[in-house]
Design a binder for this molecule. Structure first.
Ligand SMILES: C[S@@+](CC[C@H](N)C(=O)[O-])C[C@H]1O[C@@H](n2cnc3c(N)ncnc32)[C@H](O)[C@@H]1O
Length: 251
């Protein structure tokens, strides 16, 4: 790097969670396995865990942030396709939607539900051309990438000039009381019920890990700074119910 270039940071979304893997470089293998094992249970768990609000919210938020028929969409970390399915309702079909995810298990579930283009890959190294998409979404997966800076530079690369980024996350509430209920629900109740109702230890671990990564995640200000650092503009965070973060930016 020449001395005139800005230093290139690599901000991890959270420190290594050593109860699950020893080193940061072991995280992708752990996470892939977690979602491969949990994939058959994911849709049901998310459906009741968020009181059946997930589909409606995913559609409303994409509409609110400007998704329109005719847009070419990339859904990063598509999982079982929950964000992309709602995008398809707004676009009128899935033919302009590309879904990216590293987990073969999650992709297998999504393929059965949606006639989109599916690509196995990671947010940090998107195997797609520059300036390709009008709208890029990432639902509830920011905590799973290796570093935010590389990820956001990739988003800036594959978006068309003027293209829009929408990242959805669950974020810890600000108030003490909110944090208490958040911890009890996501840290204890949700993983316990996920294990009980699915009779799957993998589903319980997946939802326990969901909480652990939310708890350890860098604050919203760091996410916003990383988005700006990637050269994106109009960087904003809006929240719904003080809990659901919507990060938006434009290329
Ligand atoms: C909690 S699921 C979210 C699925 C879906 N977007 C939704 O709204 O329900 C997280 C997804 O992130 C994917 N993922 C994990 N690491 C990733 C990475 N480095 N790049 C892209 N996706 C990743 C997982 O395979 C999993 O499908």
């Amino acid at each position: 790097m020449s001395s005139t270039q800005a230093p290139y940071h690599r901000l991890r979304p959270h420190p290594a969670l050593t109860q699950h893997y020893a080193r940061p470089e072991d995280k992708p293998g752990f996470v892939d396995n977690l979602f491969d094992q949990g994939a058959p249970h994911y849709d049901a768990i998310v459906d009741w865990g968020f009181l059946r609000s997930g589909a409606g919210y995913r559609r409303w938020v994409q509409q609110r942030h400007g998704l329109k028929p005719g847009h070419r969409v990339l859904d990063v970390a598509c999982g079982t396709g929950l964000v992309a399915m709602e995008a398809a309702k707004i676009l009128g079909s899935a033919e302009n939607i590309t879904c990216l995810d590293p987990s073969a298990g999650m992709l297998a579930v999504a393929r059965k539900k949606l006639a989109a283009t599916f690509v196995q890959g990671r947010a940090e190294a998107i195997p797609l051309a520059d300036d390709s998409f009008d709208f890029l979404t990432m639902g509830y997966a920011l905590r799973h990438v290796s570093d935010l800076d590389t990820t956001f530079r990739e988003y800036a690369r594959v978006l068309k000039p003027g293209g829009k980024l929408l990242i959805l996350e669950v974020t810890k509430p600000k108030s003490q009381l909110g944090r208490f209920f958040f911890r009890v629900y996501f840290g204890q109740v949700y993983p316990f019920l996920s294990g009980l109702l699915t009779r799957s230890a993998s589903a319980k671990t997946m939802m326990r890990y969901y909480w652990e990564t939310m708890d350890a995640c860098v604050p919203p200000e760091s996410v916003l700074a990383a988005l700006r650092g990637a050269g994106l503009r109009d960087v904003k965070r809006t929240t719904a119910l003080g809990l659901f973060s919507e990060y938006t930016a434009t290329k």
